[in-house]
Design a protein around this ligand. Structure first.
Ligand SMILES: O=C(O)c1ccc[n+]([C@@H]2O[C@H](COP(=O)([O-])O)[C@@H](O)[C@H]2O)c1
Ligand SMILES: Cc1cc2nc[nH]c2cc1C
Length: 351
């Protein structure tokens, strides 16, 4: 680990239990039967613990779309060609992707980061923090060097801190990377202990033969690189991805600054598993969003202890599920801020 990474991990502290208890008790004074707002109540308590504030103001919201390519695409693991990663970055910059539409509606900004796209991206608005032109094919050796993995983690920390410095008070994870469900399945299999077969799904929509190629590629990647399952950084560098490392860094950076980070789909959750391996406390700063249609997502979330609030059969990535969850998080806080209490409204309490 680098000094910066170590310092970031060290800065991640337990949640503010006193504030959580205050909000928990206050929820019970509001004009509703105890617990009747269900998960909204839990979310308001979690964000109070994260921020140390009873009703934090999420005025500026951002979704960070980390974009990177994967050498493992040479094994025929995606339904789409690699160049789609670069083309989608242009689409994000022009405001035409699903995440742009959903973020506009949610009042969130989209920050696109080229952390490892295979080609050059030259378009205003995209943050170019390229560590490498795509990972190496992990079937032949490590996806990246340890130095590159650390550099990509630090890019994520930097992006989180720059956004927080600029006044953003809640972040969502997002990504774009053809081939990244294969890297994510490899991470999920290694860090959750499930079989490679259980960890693999259709991604962008490969057929049964494609699923077999994914399983095969991951098994070879594990055989060739022998990642240490007790060392999340080793797993990340050997079979992970640059955008996955960037998301892990973003999560750590948010947690170190007591900023909630909403976790999107399968790839973001693989990054969250790496974050948990590097800094177990970081999990408390993660807010679950949706359960992706990618089959191993649910299990990965369960292992993290993150509860998704939406199940929309989405499997797009980009941060789309996370941004939809911004509404619910804001609703959860608004309830605490604006609802009348039994006393203030003159409503009789339970007999
Ligand atoms: O977020 C998800 O759960 C999710 C599930 C399947 C696919 N994706 C997106 O699809 C791309 C990776 O799919 P693939 O088949 O190329 O590995 C990548 O750009 C992801 O954002 C995303
Ligand atoms: C078109 C397209 C858009 C995406 N957005 C995230 N992953 C994607 C994969 C494809 C193929």
């Amino acid at each position: 680990m680098s000094k910066r990474l170590e310092e970031t991990v060290k800065a991640i502290k337990p949640l503010d239990k006193v504030m959580m208890e205050e909000v928990r008790k206050y929820q019970d004074t509001l004009t509703k039967p105890t617990g009747s707002l269900g998960r909204l109540e839990e979310i308001s308590i979690q964000v109070a613990g994260i921020t140390g504030k009873k009703t934090p103001d999420f005025g500026k919201k951002a979704v960070v779309v980390m974009a990177g390519d994967h050498g493992v695409v040479a094994e025929g693991v995606s339904a789409f060609p690699q160049v789609v990663t670069q083309q989608m970055v242009y689409n994000f910059a022009n405001g035409g992707a699903a995440i742009n539409v959903l973020a506009r509606q949610a009042g969130a900004e989209v920050k696109v980061v080229d952390i490892g796209v295979a080609g050059d991206v030259e378009v205003p608005g995209v943050w170019v923090r390229k560590v490498k032109y795509g990972t190496n094919n992990f079937c032949q050796g490590p996806a990246m060097s340890k130095e590159e993995a650390i550099q990509a983690l630090e890019v994520g920390i930097d992006v989180a801190e720059e956004l927080i410095e600029d006044g953003f008070s809640i972040l969502a994870t997002g990504e774009m990377g053809i081939g990244n469900t294969t890297a994510s399945s490899a991470i999920v299999s290694l860090l959750t202990g499930c079989t490679v077969e259980e960890a693999v799904g259709p991604g962008t929509g490969v057929d049964n033969e494609g699923i077999k190629r994914k399983i095969n590629a991951i098994k070879r990647g594990i055989e060739v690189n022998k990642p240490d399952v007790n060392d999340a950084l080793d797993v990340l560098m050997k079979v992970g991805g640059l955008e996955i490392a960037g998301i892990t860094g973003l999560i750590l950076g948010a947690a170190a600054n007591r900023v909630p980070v909403v976790i999107d789909g399968f790839i973001s959750t693989a990054a969250a598993l790496v974050a948990k391996g590097l800094a177990p406390e970081s999990v408390n700063y993660m807010i679950g969003s949706h359960c992706s249609a990618e089959p191993a997502h649910r299990r990965s979330l369960e292992i993290l202890g993150i509860k998704p609030v939406l199940d929309l059969k989405m499997r797009l990535g980009e941060g789309t599920g996370a941004v939809l969850t911004f509404y619910l998080i804001e609703s959860a806080v608004r309830i605490v801020k604006e609802m009348a209490t039994f006393e203030s409204a003159g409503v009789a309490t339970k007999e």
